[in-house]
Design a protein around this ligand. Structure first.
Ligand SMILES: [Mg+2]
Length: 209
């Protein structure tokens, strides 16, 4: 019996089709190229490789590169206005409200980014909590302690909390804890994924009873 639903934010509560996440990735690569004097190709390779080990680029910058002030990085990759091209989505609001379960967000992004997205989608008030990367001390999904801290605060357990994310490793990290996890694979990018997978958010209703 599911008692709580925990959502990823980017490319989960809005479609990857809008390109917001692609823009963030592009700004991350540009930041790495500029800061470390990499070519764009080298920055892209570093970014791809670091995400095999670290939850976020910020965690890598702090741990491997000795960053003590991460805020200029976040200001560069999450500029004001980043969510302007995202349309409102009344159907999403109706759908979330119809679930009649408490809802929360767990994102590897900083709060200002989450606030912009949720405000633009006009769904901020539907969530009991938004757990961002600063709250998680820059160690985000799929680290087990991240999920445990979030569930402790929510007062719920992995077996009764459905988690939805568009990144396989994040869902798999949650499944490894005994959680109920769903991969939202809108573009059908992971056809060989072996656990539960949905193509659209409304399909999650098949997994909450
Ligand atoms: Mg995502």
């Amino acid at each position: 019996m599911i008692r709580y639903i925990l959502f990823d934010l980017d490319n989960t509560l809005y479609s990857a089709h809008y390109g917001l996440e692609d823009n963030v990735s592009r700004r991350i690569i540009e930041f790495l190229a500029m800061h470390f004097d990499f070519s764009l190709e080298e920055a892209e390779r570093q970014h791809r490789d670091l995400l095999k080990v670290y939850s976020t680029t910020a965690e890598w910058l702090i741990t491997e590169k000795g960053f003590t002030d991460i805020e200029p990085y976040y200001a560069a990759i999450h500029p004001v206005g980043e969510a302007d091209s995202l349309p409102r989505n009344p159907q999403l609001r109706s759908f979330l409200a119809s679930l009649h379960l408490p809802l929360a967000v767990l994102t590897n992004s900083p709060k200002e980014h989450a606030d912009r997205i949720l405000d633009k989608l006009a769904i901020s008030d539907l969530f009991t909590r938004v757990f961002d990367i600063r709250w998680n001390r820059f160690r985000g999904k799929p680290a087990p302690e991240t999920f445990h801290r979030v569930l402790d605060v929510l007062g719920t357990a992995p077996e009764t909390t459905l988690f939805i994310d568009d990144i396989p490793r994040c869902v798999e990290g949650y499944l490894a804890l005994g959680g109920k996890g769903l991969l939202l694979d809108e573009p059908d990018a992971y056809p060989s994924y072996t656990h539960d997978r949905i193509r659209t958010l409304p399909e999650l209703t098949g997994f909450i009873c």
